[in-house]
Every structure is written in structure tokens, then in C-alpha cells.
Design a protein around this ligand. Structure first.
Ligand SMILES: [Zn+2]
Length: 607
């Protein structure tokens, strides 16, 4: 690997934390302190060159033969002025040796690069509203993921013939919505949350979107586009269906919905890719994709949540339709109940909250407060080690989730945000304290375990295969990892961008709502990791930054403005991202979940 000079490729707000990391690759023998120079983008500093390579030997002084622009040592004080200088210092971390510097003090807006003897950083900006680029990318990405229509430059009209019920094969018109990832599957557990993200953007961006040339109504248009699909995925009894094209059970396997559908709070774990295909777009021709009609309490309550939210934004008669369906879904969810796992409990509380906010009066307030308190009782209260993280019921295990890592805390933050609608101020105050505990005693404490301030994947009460993979000490005999444990029962090793971006969203949102400005920096550090300030100097956004890994997308190799699932961890809990073109989904698949979280983090960081 080349020596890399790594930072946020997009750049920084003036007040952002700004960490620079030099990654030595295989080279050794670098000095413990390495000077760096921040300068105007594009205008390189002069370097010493040997006689035969003198600049005048080439066709221009700025591009001397033989075109090796990093040859020689920098000559400070000549040519381009450095606007800021500092020193990278060698550090030893659990992820190896690297050189780091903090240039947060430099706040002058502009367009820059940082130069050292060994390497030059990617160009980056310092300016207000720099993260708006993430929001713009997200909207372009989501438009490109539309299913059931042509997307200019991306794909022709697709899947107009979705789909047939898995129960009896009868047709149900369920075209529309969005592809979730680098395939054509339409999982409600994941893509429903785009509605929440779009509405959050609408609330936070105000008129800035229109001033920037994006029609403000385009957000509501996108919500309505999703609802063309979602509103077909609920039956007359109020049950919400789970997915279209998730796929069947792999041939020859003994996997069952009851035992194997969920892993680490992630649904859909064994659905094969048999419906990840183009269809002829003609209903009843025989190649229609299957609609999974199973009851999933997460999907049920996510539906309630986002449709109740949408009813407060959309115009009549769409608004009434959303609220009516949310009420119907809630009634079904209350009647069917669930197994009280932390993920379902949080989703139910969130769904009931949004119904209440939408003016629905069917809520049993006593039961609601009891559920909220049950959720808060799941928080670890440890005297030593990590504390404040969520566990499953009866402390059977830590709560861990790739897609929904921050959901319990986001639910409690939302409860505090909507506290004026509750008769009991005490429960809102408890929720505020719970969010505080989760951030201060869990996320931020464990973030100090690594040189990029990454927040943890999760805590393990009974770490599996402890002889083969590292669990760091979380206190009380418990283990913690930054990345999912690779040796696991289902062989699923999933990248962590969604975990980090959901934490970034939580930190940014809580910083604003709970008036804790110190949490903005940690949120930004997580964004910076995905924007290139990581152990490989690679941006995980296909359309933002430079040096992207090769995305994994099964039928449409390049999806515009996508975000990859990101780094996994080696057994020793150090980061790994596939850099070759031997692409595999684990680190490289495009996925909507991290992006919808990143976009929300960005909008709360606007101030
Ligand atoms: Zn499609």
C-alpha cells in the first residue's frame, strides 16, 4: 500500500474537529514527527529535485519530466505559501502505527490540500454548510433507486409487474417504492425509513432547498412515490407485508422463518437472490416476483411511525389516507403483540408517539408510558466499564443491530422532543437522561479505544467463539467490539457504515435538541470516517470524495451517489475494507440505510 495522507475528502465546517492521519503502508523508517503544510488547493509547493530532473528539463516547471510530482523533498518558504503548518506525530494504536495531527484551529474558509514530504492529501473545503453535499447526494441516490419507473441514465422502467402473494400466488399490484441496495429487493424494514428521513430533511432545510435549485416539493414527491408502494403493502385487516422480492429459502437448506429470519436484530437473513432479477413488466405472464406476507412487528410499527409522520406533511387527501392506514396498522400491531425484544419495543413506542403527534386519540397512555419505561429499564447501569447501552429483555444479551443500532436511543430522544404532548413530564425527563447515558457512558467512552473515534458495534454478554476473535473489555465480564464478530452462527459479516451513521445522526440530533454542542464533533468524526478519513483514505460515498472502493451492485454496476456498507472487522477488531475488484457484498454493497442516516446527521449539523 502507498503512503496515504488521509482526511475528510469533502472537508469541514470552520468549527469542525479536523484530524489528519498519515498511513505508512508497508514503509517504515519515517521520523516520529513529520511536518505538514496546509496550502491552497492545486498549487503545489516546490520540491528539491536532482540535477538531471531539474524542472527546466521538463516541458514546464510545474510538470517536470519524468512526471513524478512527489519526487524530492518540500522546500518550505519558496513558491506557494503555506497557510498553516504543524506536525504529524507517530502514535501506536490497536490498529497499528500511524501519524496524526489535529489542525482544528485552522478555520479559514477556502479550498485546500495538505502536503508533506511523502504524500499530499486529497483536496477539501472548509466552509459553512459543507455537509449539504451529503444531503444532495442522498436525494439523487434515492431518485436513482426508484422501482417501477424509468430513471433517466440509470435504468428503464422496471418491475411494473410486482408482484404475487407468497401465500396463494394471487396477484397484488405492488409496483413502486425503491430498491433497497445493490439489488432489486424492496424490504419494508429498511426502505420505510426513507419517509422519516425525507420528512426530517423537509423540516430542517426550510427554504434552503429551493434557494439551491431543488424544488422543495420534491421531498414530498419522493415520499409519495414511496407510498405508492407502501400503501399497497397493508391488507384490509391492517397487517403490513414484509417485502417484495426478498427471495425464498435457499434450495436444500433447513432454514426456517421462526429460527433463522433474524440475526443480530436484522431481518431477511436467509432470503436468497432468486427474485433479484429483471422481469418482463407484464402482469400475469408468470415471472412476477413474490410478496412476503409474514408479520414482522418491526415492519408493522415502522409503517405506523412513518405514515403517521407523513400525515402531518402531505396534503389532503393523501394525508388522511396515511393517518387512516397508520391507525389500522397500529390496531393490528396492538392486537398481535410481539415478543418484547428491544428492537420491537422501541419501534412500538416510536410508532405510538408519532400517532399521538398526528392527533390520534386511540393511544392507551398508561400502556405507552409503561412500554417506554420498560425500554429504559433495558439500559445497562454499570459502575465500572461501559454503561448506558441497551440490552435485551432480562439482560439475555446486549442489544446489537447493524441497521438499527441507534433506534432505542433515537426513540427516547423523540419522546423527549415530543414531551409537550405527554401528560407526564417525568417520563420525558427519564428519556432525556437515558439518551445522555447512552451517549456519554457508552458511545463516547468506547470511541476513545481507536484512533478514529469510531463508536462501538455492540456489547456481548456471552461473547461467542472467544478463542478465535477479540472482544475488548466492557466491564463486568462483558465484551465489546467496534465491528460485528466475524465468527458467528450465520456467517454474516456485515459492514458498519450504518452503525456509525446512525450514531452520527443520534449525536448530531441530540447535540441540537439537548443543547450539548460537544456532541457535534463526535458526530462529525463519524461522517469524516465515511468521507475518507479512515485507515485506507477511501471515501465510502461513490459520488463524494476520491479513491472509492469498487461498489457491489448486482444488476446495475454503478448506482449514482451511493454509499457502501463499509468496513468490517478482522477477528482482532481492526478494520477491513475490500480494495480489490474481487467485489463481495460484505463491505462493498451499495445500501440505503447508512445514507438515510448520514443525510439526517448532515441536516442536524447545519445548526
Ligand atoms: Zn425495480
Amino acid at each position: 500500500m502507498d503512503i496515504q495522507l488521509s482526511l475528510s475528502h469533502l472537508g469541514y465546517l470552520p468549527e469542525s474537529p479536523k484530524i489528519l492521519t498519515l498511513l505508512p503502508g508497508d514503509a517504515s523508517g519515517l521520523p516520529d514527527a513529520i511536518p505538514f503544510y496546509l496550502r491552497q488547493n492545486c498549487l503545489r509547493m516546490p520540491r528539491t529535485v536532482k540535477g538531471e530532473d531539474k524542472p527546466e528539463a521538463g516541458f514546464s516547471a510545474r510538470f517536470p519530466a519524468p512526471y513524478d510530482l512527489l519526487r524530492g523533498k518540500l522546500v518550505p518558504g519558496e513558491g506557494t505559501a503555506s497557510l498553516y503548518r504543524g506536525e504529524l506525530r507517530k502514535i501506536s494504536s490497536r490498529w497499528g502505527e500511524m501519524w496524526q495531527a489535529d489542525f482544528s484551529r485552522f478555520r479559514t474558509p477556502g479550498s485546500y490540500q495538505i502536503e508533506t514530504d511523502w504524500q499530499i492529501s486529497p483536496p477539501f473545503a472548509i466552509r459553512d454548510r459543507v455537509y449539504d453535499r451529503i444531503i444532495a447526494g442522498y436525494l439523487t441516490f434515492l431518485r436513482a433507486q426508484r422501482c417501477g419507473t424509468a430513471v433517466f441514465g440509470v435504468h428503464d422502467a422496471c418491475h411494473l409487474d410486482d408482484g404475487i402473494l407468497d401465500s396463494d400466488g394471487s396477484p397484488l399490484a405492488a409496483a413502486g417504492g425503491w430498491h433497497d441496495a445493490g439489488d432489486f429487493r424492496k424490504w419494508l424494514a429498511f426502505i420505510l425509513y426513507h419517509v422519516d428521513a425525507l420528512l426530517t430533511l423537509r423540516e430542517r432545510l426550510g427554504e434552503d432547498l429551493g434557494r439551491g435549485g431543488i424544488a422543495p416539493d420534491s421531498l414530498l414527491d419522493e415520499v409519495s412515490w414511496g407510498n405508492t408502494y407502501f400503501h399497497r403493502m397493508i391488507d384490509s385487516s391492517g397487517q403490513v407485508y414484509e417485502d417484495v422480492a426478498g427471495g425464498g429459502t435457499p434450495a436444500g437448506s433447513a432454514l426456517t422463518y421462526e429460527n433463522d429470519w433474524w440475526f443480530e436484530n436484522h431481518p431477511g437473513c436467509y432470503g436468497d437472490a432468486s427474485d433479484n432479477r429483471w422481469t418482463d413488466n407484464v402482469p400475469n405472464s408468470g415471472d412476477e416476483r413474490r410478496i412476503r406476507t409474514t408479520y414482522n412487528p418491526l415492519v408493522q410499527w415502522a409503517f405506523v411511525q412513518v405514515q403517521a409522520r407523513a400525515s402531518r406533511h402531505l396534503r389532503s387527501p393523501q394525508a388522511e389516507k396515511c393517518l387512516q392506514l397508520a391507525r389500522r396498522a397500529a390496531a393490528f400491531g396492538r392486537q398481535c403483540g410481539h415478543d418484547r425484544r428491544t428492537l420491537f419495543l422501541g419501534a412500538e413506542v416510536r410508532g405510538e408517539l408519532e400517532l399521538l403527534a398526528a392527533g390520534d386519540t386511540s393511544l392507551d397512555l398508561h400502556a405507552f408510558i409503561s412500554s417506554a419505561q420498560e425500554l429504559m429499564q433495558r439500559q445497562a447501569k454499570a459502575i465500572e466499564g461501559l454503561s448506558g447501552y441497551f440490552t435485551e429483555a432480562e439482560a439475555r444479551d446486549g442489544f446489537r443491530s447493524i441497521a438499527f443500532a441507534a433506534d432505542p436511543a433515537l426513540t427516547l430522544l423523540r419522546l423527549w422532543e415530543l414531551r409537550s404532548m405527554l401528560p407526564d413530564a417525568a417520563v420525558a425527563e427519564q428519556a432525556r437522561e437515558a439518551v445522555f447515558e447512552y451517549i456519554e457512558n457508552y458511545l463516547l467512552v468506547d470511541a476513545s479505544s481507536n484512533p478514529f473515534s469510531l463508536t462501538p458495534y455492540g456489547v456481548y454478554l456471552n461473547p461467542p467463539h472467544r478463542d478465535r476473535q477479540l472482544f475488548r473489555d466492557a466491564g463486568n465480564g462483558r465484551g465489546v467490539r467496534t465491528f460485528i464478530h466475524p465468527f458467528n452462527s450465520q456467517g454474516i459479516v456485515h459492514g458498519t457504515s450504518s452503525v456509525l451513521m446512525s450514531h452520527a445522526h443520534l449525536l448530531a440530533r441530540a447535540a441540537s435538541l439537548l443543547n450539548q454542542p460537544a456532541w457535534r464533533g463526535p458526530a462529525e468524526r463519524l461522517l469524516h470516517w465515511c468521507l475518507g478519513h479512515n485507515t485506507l483514505n477511501r471515501s465510502l460515498f461513490s459520488g463524494i470524495g476520491y479513491r472509492q472502493p469498487v461498489g457491489y451492485s448486482f444488476r446495475i454496476p454503478q448506482i449514482p451517489e451511493a454509499m457502501v456498507v463499509g468496513f468490517i472487522g478482522r477477528p482482532d477488531d481492526s478494520p477491513y475494507l475490500e480494495e480489490s475488484t474481487a467485489i463481495e457484498w460484505n463491505t462493498l454493497e451499495y445500501w440505503s440505510v447508512p445514507f438515510l442516516q448520514a443525510a439526517q446527521a448532515a441536516c442536524w449539523l447545519r445548526g
